[in-house]
Design a protein around this ligand. Structure first.
Ligand code: NAD
Ligand code: 13P
Length: 402
């Protein structure tokens, strides 16, 4: 039987962490996975600092290719420093080469880059490949909002699920325990009978998209000489003793909870930078969760399941993001220093991205195009604070009740 080849598309703080844990699992589950995990790296020149154990006096301050640093020292010195990576994580600067022949593609990069990545790999991925998106964000085209996994699915003609949870990359890279949620609806064409034969299509079941409609994407079944890509296989690929995976089927809830909490995290950072504390933040988290659930129910009523908000991808992620993640931390810093978030992203983040900035803009442009922004006062206020047209001290006005 053939084994699944796994590629992680992206190598930032979370991309590298996921490559690490997946590579630990491919090594331990080499009956169904090839051990080597390809990791596509957006190539950059990086200077290894003189206090790093990998500093080579012969090279000095001369910039080195990030892929070469990762493959030589087994460390992503720029985005995940001081974390040893398993040697079976193979950094690859060529996107097309990294995804070639891979049957499982894990997308993990800031959401603003996914369009360009999909354009480059279209036609170069296995038609039967299956995807998991670890990306927190949405894409908005004209007046349509799309989940990132929907976008990937349509762009590449493959099925794609979503992984999202209360996950701070550095904690997981240090193997501090946490949970996550993976949403995956095994497509009917991949269902197999007891003898391993495909039987989903025989029952006339069609693959449905995230909105519950028959999918426009013609899926190629996973060939029978590969192990099935189902909940059990994905659990084996991602679950670690320090990373507890729950498998669900609500791709919409998992994707949108992960995207929209970044807007709320910005609000919490602004509030704390303004001098208010946990009580104000919990009021905003509650309001933010209501707007998130409302958004899901308004635009994806057919498939959303409210219990998803009690998974790691729901309330847990809301809480961790509003108390210790980057969107919260750096919006707090922006408010304290009285500078813009863009300025902070440029000066403080060393290439990392704040997904809340673009998600706020995209979600608001979608809501405004439909004339429904008044139903989302917190999201609207966050856009105003980012643009300088709304004041943090006016947030309580949003909560006034008759
Ligand atoms: P990051 O912010 O640490 O790094 C930015 C990445 O973007 C780098 O790998 C950089 O090389 C890459 N990049 C820069 N310019 C690019 C371009 N033009 N094209 C393609 N790539 C380019 O990234 P991350 O933290 O790995 O975030 C990836 C996704 O994971 C995001 O959606 C984020 O919300 C989500 N996430 C992050 C964490 C976390 O703790 N970091 C946790 C859970 C989810
Ligand atoms: P940040 O991108 O704000 O660090 O969020 C990480 C995250 O998604 C926590 O679950």
């Amino acid at each position: 039987r053939r084994k699944h080849k796994v590629t992680v598309v992206g190598s930032g703080n979370w991309g590298t962490t996921v490559a690490k844990l997946v590579a630990e699992n491919t090594r331990e589950n080499s009956d169904i996975y090839e051990e080597d995990v390809q990791m596509w790296v957006f190539e950059e020149d990086v200077v290894v600092p003189s206090d790093s154990p990998h500093y080579d006096p012969a090279v000095g301050d001369k910039p080195q290719k990030l892929t070469s640093i990762i493959n030589t020292y087994h460390e992503n010195a720029k985005y995940l420093p001081k974390i040893p990576l398993p040697p079976n994580v193979i950094a690859n600067p060529s996107l097309v080469d990294a995804v070639k022949d891979s049957s499982i593609l894990i997308f993990n990069l800031p959401h603003e880059f996914i369009g360009n990545v999909c354009r480059q790999i279209k036609g170069h991925t296995l038609p039967s490949a299956r995807g998991i998106s670890c990306i927190k964000g949405v894409t908005v085209t004209e007046d349509k909002v799309e989940l990132i996994c929907e976008y990937i699915s349509e762009a590449l003609g493959i099925y794609c699920g979503a992984l999202s949870g209360a996950n701070i990359a550095n904690e997981i890279a240090n193997e501090l325990w946490c949970e996550t949620t993976i949403a995956y609806n095994t497509p009917p064409c991949d269902l197999r009978g007891e003898n391993g034969a495909a039987d989903g299509d025989a029952d006339g079941e069609v693959h449905r998209d995230a909105r519950g409609k028959p999918s426009k994407v013609q899926l190629t079944p996973v060939p029978l000489d590969y192990p099935p890509v189902d909940h059990a296989a994905l659990h084996r690929l991602f679950n670690r003793p320090y990373f507890t995976v729950s498998m669900v089927s609500d791709v919409v809830g998992v994707s949108l909870a992960g995207a929209l909490k970044n807007i709320v995290a910005l609000a919490c950072g602004f509030i704390e930078g303004h001098g208010w504390n946990m009580t104000a933040k919990t009021a905003v988290m509650r309001r933010g969760m209501l707007e998130t659930i409302h958004f899901c129910q308004e635009f994806f009523p057919e498939t959303i399941q409210e219990m998803t908000f009690w998974e790691s991808a729901g309330w847990s992620d809301m809480i961790v993001s509003c108390t210790s993640a980057r969107n919260w931390r750096y919006s707090k810093m922006a408010a304290e220093r009285g500078v813009s978030l863009h300025e902070i992203e440029k000066t403080e983040l060393n290439g990392q991205k704040l997904q809340g900035i673009s998600t706020t803009k995209e979600v608001m442009s979608f809501l405004k195009a439909r004339g429904v922004q008044d139903k989302y006062p917190l999201f609207t206020a966050v856009e105003g604070i980012v643009d300088g047209t709304f004041k943090v001290e006016d947030i309580p006005v949003l909560f006034r009740r008759q």
